[in-house]
Design a protein. Structure first.
Lengths: 268, 573
C-alpha cells in the first residue's frame, strides 16, 4: 500500500532536489560567466606590454606586437670611412687591372734617363780613349765600329735590357702592390663597414640585457595572473564543491528524510 | 928655283860615294863629285854598275813601242826543267847543276806579271845635273796612250787584254796578294790576274763591296794599295784619300760589312778613317806600307804609324795609332821600298829612313840621301809624281829612279858613309821603270821592266845593247895646306881592276868646276886583273880635280887608286 506522506515527502524532496539542481545550474552559469570574465581579464593581463632600452647610442623599443624599433643605425662615420676605403680600394683595383705597358715605358724612360748621363760619360770616355789610341776612325765588320764601340753598344743594350726587364718587373710589382693596396683598402672598408654596425650590436646587446628584465617582468606578470586564475578557479571550484557538497548533503538529507518517512509510514 | 915634284895619291877614289854637300875647300878624296854608273864593290872600291841586259824581248802585243812600267811576281809553284831555264835568264844552271840537290825535277821560278805602256815615240830634251853643272841631252821616250797587263810565258811577254787600266805609270799600283796579282788604277775597279785568267774584282765569287746598311762603294777603285798582314789595304776608294779600306783576311774580294746581318760572320774587313789623326791638321794619303809589325800610312807631309794591324784590326788589342810624325811625308806611293831592316821613302827633302824616323820621332837628324841632298832635292821637287824607289835585295842597292831623267841615285846598303848617309852613286841611261827580284830555288834575278820596247831586262853582267859610261870626278885635291895655291899637274897613273881595259878610257882633270882636260889612257901595265895606266897632264890652276871617263863594254871595271905628280905654284893672295 502507498504511503501518501511518503509520497508527499518524496515529492517534496524531489521538488527540493530539482530546485537545488536548478540553483546549481544557475550557479554554474554564473561561475562560467565569471570565469569568462576572469579569462578575459587574464588574457588581457597576460598580453605583451612591450619594452624599450635607452642608451647613449639611442632608444630602442619593442612594440606590443613584437615589432622592434632599434632606434640605432650604422655608424655614419664608419660608413663614410668604409665607403672611402672601398672607393680607394676600387681605384687601386682598377689601376691594378690596367695594362702595365704604359707604366713599363714610363719606368724604362726614367731608368734610362737616370743611366744615360753615366752611359754618356762612359761613352765619351771610351771615345776619348779610342781617339787617344787612334782608333776613332776604325770600323770593323765584326763590330760595326771597333770592339770598344761594340762593347759600349753592348753595355747600352744591356742597360736598356736591364731597364726594360726591370721596368716590367717594377710595373708588375706595382700592379701587385696596387692590388694589395686595393685589397687592404677593401679590407679596411669592409672592417669599417662591419664596425659601423657596432652601435646596433651594442644596442642589441643592451636589448639582450634588457630581455632578462622583460622576461622577469613578464614572468611576474604571468605568475600573478596565474595566481589570480588559480585563485579564481580555485574559488569557483571551492564554491562549486561547497554547493555540490551542500546539494549532496541536502539530497542526502532528503533521502534520509524520505527514507525515514517511509519507515514511519511503514510502521503504519 | 923650280919647286919639287910632289905626289898626290887618291886611294879608293870615291869609295864613300857621291857627295854634293862637302865644301870644295875640303879635301875628302874618298867622296866623289861624279860617280856615274858606279857602285861600291865588295872591297870598297868604286866599280862600274852591272848592265841592264836583255832578258825577254819578244812581245806578242800589236804595238811595237812600249815600256814595261810595272812589275810584280807570283811565287812559282811548278818546277821548270832546264829547257826553260834560259828563258828565265838561268841558262847557266844546267841539269847537272841542280841534279842531286833535291831539284831533279827542275827548279821553281816566280811568275812575272806586269803592266806595259803602249804609245808612240817622241823626242825631248832632258836636263841632268852634272858634277858641277847641268847637262842637256836629247832623249827618246814612248808617249803612253794605253796600258795593258802582260805575263811572261817562256821567252815571250803575252798581253792580257782583260787588263787594260787607264793608269799605269802613275796613279796605279800592282801587287801580289794570296797568289793573285791585283791591279789598282785610280777611279777604276781592281783587276785581278790569278796566273791563268783575268777578271774584275767584282766578278770574284762571293764579292762583297764595302757596305753598311747601304753600299758604301760598289767597287774598289782606289790606287793607293798595300798587301800586308793577310789583308789588302786600299785608299782612294770613291776618290777618298782620308780613308783606308782593309779587306777580310786573305780574301781580297770581301770588304767591310757594317750591316746588321753579316753575309759572312767571319768577315773582319773594315775601314780606317785617318782624317782626324793627321798631326798637321790635314793631309792626303800618298802611300801605305808595312814594316816591323807596323802599318804605316803616309801623307804628303806627315806619317801615321799604326800598330796591331795583325789579327782583327777593329778588335780588342787591334790597330792603334802608335805614332804620328809631322813634316815628313811621301811624294808618291812608288817612292818607297822596304829593305827588310828599314823602310825607305822619298820625302821632299830626299830619301828618308823610317827606322830613323821612328827612332828619332819627328826630328830626324839625317837621311840616307844626305850626301846628295842638294842634287836630289830639286829633282824630287820637279819629278815628285813619278820618282820611284826600288830595292834590289840581291844587289843590296836602293835605286831612287827619276824615269823622266832616265837617271837614278843609287844608295849602297850596308855600311853608311862617314857622314852617316848611305853611299850614293848616280846611274844614267836607266832604261827601266820598275824592278822585281825573281826568286828561284837556285838564284835571285833582278829583273827590270825595260823601256823603249826592250821587254824585260836583267840587272847583271856588263853587256848592254849599247855600252854605258863609267865616270868619276874627284873632289878638290889639296897639294898643301894652302888650298888657294896654283898646282901644275904633270902626270897621273890609274890603278884599276878589270879583266880587259876598255877601249874608251880617258883621264880627265880640271881646275874648279870644269873638267876641261881629257887624255886617253893606253897601254896598261900588269898581267893580272890589276892594271896601271899612266899619262902626262898639263894645265895649271887652283882647286885641281882628277877623274876618268870610260865605257863599259862587257867587262867589269873598278878603280883602285889614282896617283898624280904635281908641281906647286904661287899662292893666291
Amino acid at each position: 500500500m502507498t504511503n501518501p506522506v511518503g509520497q508527499i515527502a518524496g515529492i517534496y524532496s524531489a521538488y527540493q532536489g530539482l530546485k537545488d539542481a536548478d540553483s546549481l545550474e544557475t550557479y554554474g552559469s554564473k561561475i562560467r560567466s565569471e570565469l569568462d570574465v576572469m579569462g578575459d581579464n587574464l588574457n588581457k593581463g597576460s598580453a605583451f606590454k612591450g619594452y624599450g632600452v635607452t642608451s647613449n647610442l639611442g632608444n630602442t623599443t619593442v612594440g606590443v606586437d613584437g615589432s622592434v624599433n632599434l632606434g640605432v643605425g650604422q655608424n655614419q662615420g664608419m660608413m663614410n670611412a668604409s665607403n672611402a676605403y672601398m672607393n680607394a680600394g676600387q681605384n687601386f683595383m682598377n689601376q691594378s687591372m690596367q695594362s702595365t705597358a704604359g707604366r713599363e715605358q714610363s719606368i724604362y724612360d726614367r731608368s734610362m734617363a737616370m743611366q744615360n748621363p753615366q752611359l754618356n760619360r762612359a761613352q765619351a770616355a771610351q771615345q776619348a780613349r779610342e781617339y787617344a789610341m787612334g782608333r776613332g776612325g776604325v770600323r770593323g765588320s765584326q763590330f760595326g765600329g771597333t770592339a770598344e764601340d761594340a762593347a759600349m753598344a753592348r753595355a747600352r743594350a744591356e742597360a736598356s735590357n736591364t731597364a726594360s726587364f726591370g721596368a716590367m718587373q717594377q710595373a708588375q710589382q706595382e700592379q701587385m702592390q696596387q692590388a694589395n693596396i686595393a685589397n687592404m683598402y677593401n679590407t679596411a672598408g669592409q672592417a669599417n663597414y662591419q664596425t659601423s654596425f657596432l652601435p646596433m650590436q651594442q644596442q642589441m646587446a643592451l636589448m639582450q640585457q634588457a630581455q632578462h628584465g622583460v622576461d622577469a617582468s613578464q614572468t611576474g606578470q604571468l605568475t600573478g595572473l596565474q595566481y589570480m586564475a588559480q585563485l579564481g578557479l580555485g574559488g569557483a571550484q571551492v564554491d562549486v564543491n561547497a554547493r555540490k557538497a551542500a546539494s549532496e548533503l541536502k539530497g542526502n538529507i532528503y533521502d534520509s528524510i524520505l527514507d525515514n518517512t517511509k519507515s514511519i509510514f511503514d510502521l503504519f | 928655283m923650280a919647286s919639287q915634284l910632289r905626289q898626290l895619291s887618291v886611294r879608293s877614289p870615291g869609295s864613300e860615294g857621291l857627295s854634293s854637300e862637302i865644301s870644295p875647300f875640303q879635301s875628302s878624296t874618298e867622296f866623289a863629285l861624279r860617280a856615274d854608273n858606279a857602285v861600291i864593290d865588295r872591297v870598297g872600291r868604286l866599280a862600274c854598275r852591272e848592265a841592264f841586259a836583255d832578258l825577254i824581248t819578244q812581245y806578242d802585243g800589236g804595238n811595237a813601242n812600249y815600256d814595261v812600267v810595272r812589275l810584280c811576281q807570283i811565287q812559282g809553284e811548278d818546277a821548270i826543267q832546264n829547257v826553260g831555264l834560259a828563258e828565265f835568264g838561268l841558262s847557266e844552271f844546267s841539269t847537272a847543276e841542280y841534279s842531286g840537290f833535291g831539284l831533279d825535277n827542275g827548279i821553281k821560278v816566280d811568275q812575272t806579271f806586269g803592266l806595259m805602256g803602249e804609245g808612240t815615240p817622241f823626242t825631248r830634251n832632258k836636263v841632268s845635273r852634272g858634277a858641277m853643272s847641268d847637262e842637256i841631252s836629247s832623249v827618246s821616250d814612248v808617249q803612253h796612250t794605253s796600258y795593258v797587263g802582260f805575263y811572261q810565258e817562256g821567252n815571250v811577254l803575252k798581253t792580257i787584254d782583260a787588263i787594260r787600266p787607264k793608269h799605269g805609270l802613275t796613279n796605279c799600283k800592282i801587287l801580289t796578294f794570296n797568289r793573285d796579282c791585283y791591279v789598282f788604277s785610280k777611279g777604276e775597279e781592281v783587276m785581278v790576274w790569278d796566273g791563268t785568267e783575268a777578271r774584275k774584282l767584282s766578278e770574284t765569287e762571293g764579292y762583297s763591296p764595302p757596305k753598311a746598311e747601304t753600299i758604301i762603294a760598289p767597287i774598289i777603285d782606289g790606287d793607293i794599295a798595300c798587301a800586308a798582314y793577310g789583308r789588302l789595304w786600299v785608299s782612294g776608294v770613291n776618290g777618298d784619300y782620308q780613308t783606308v779600306y782593309f779587306s777580310d783576311m786573305l780574301l781580297g774580294h770581301q770588304w767591310y760589312d757594317g750591316s746588321q746581318e753579316l753575309d759572312d760572320w767571319g768577315n773582319t774587313a773594315g775601314i780606317i778613317d785617318v782624317a782626324e789623326f793627321w798631326p798637321d791638321g790635314e793631309d792626303t794619303i800618298t802611300g801605305i806600307a808595312a814594316h816591323n809589325n807596323f802599318l804605316i800610312i803616309f801623307g804628303r807631309k806627315s806619317i801615321l804609324i799604326y800598330s796591331g794591324a795583325q789579327g782583327d784590326p777593329a778588335g780588342e788589342q787591334g790597330i792603334k795609332l802608335e805614332d804620328t810624325i809631322k813634316d815628313v811625308g811621301l811624294v808618291n806611293q812608288d817612292a818607297m821600298c822596304n829593305i827588310g831592316t828599314d823602310h825607305l821613302f822619298v820625302d821632299s827633302l830626299g830619301v828618308r829612313s823610317l827606322g830613323r824616323v821612328i827612332q828619332e820621332k819627328s826630328a830626324p837628324i839625317s837621311e840616307p840621301s844626305m850626301n846628295v841632298a842638294s842634287l836630289i832635292r830639286p829633282l824630287i821637287a820637279t819629278y815628285s809624281r813619278n820618282v820611284r824607289l826600288i830595292h834590289m835585295p840581291a844587289k843590296s842597292l836602293v835605286i831612287c829612279l827619276f824615269p823622266a831623267m832616265r837617271e837614278a841615285y843609287v844608295f849602297q846598303l850596308g855600311r853608311p858613309s862617314a857622314t852617316g848617309g848611305l853611299r850614293a852613286t848616280r846611274w844614267t841611261g836607266c832604261d827601266f821603270f820598275d824592278s822585281i827580284t825573281v826568286r828561284t830555288e837556285l838564284d835571285e834575278k833582278t829583273v827590270l821592266g825595260g823601256r823603249d820596247s826592250r821587254g824585260l831586262c836583267v840587272y847583271g853582267g856588263f853587256k848592254q845593247p849599247t855600252d854605258y859610261p863609267f865616270r868619276y870626278e874627284s873632289t878638290v885635291l889639296a897639294g898643301t895646306d894652302t888650298l888657294m895655291q896654283t898646282m901644275i899637274p904633270k902626270s897621273t897613273s890609274y890603278s884599276f881592276h878589270a879583266a880587259k881595259t876598255p877601249s874608251v878610257f880617258n883621264a880627265t882633270w880640271g881646275f874648279g868646276a870644269d873638267m876641261e882636260y881629257s887624255r886617253p889612257l893606253r897601254n896598261p901595265k900588269g898581267k893580272s886583273e890589276f892594271k896601271t895606266v899612266t899619262t902626262s897632264l898639263n894645265g895649271t890652276g887652283e882647286m885641281l880635280r882628277i877623274g876618268f871617263d870610260s865605257m863599259i863594254e862587257g867587262t867589269e871595271m873598278s878603280m883602285q887608286q889614282i896617283t898624280l905628280n904635281i908641281l906647286l905654284g904661287r899662292i893666291i893672295v
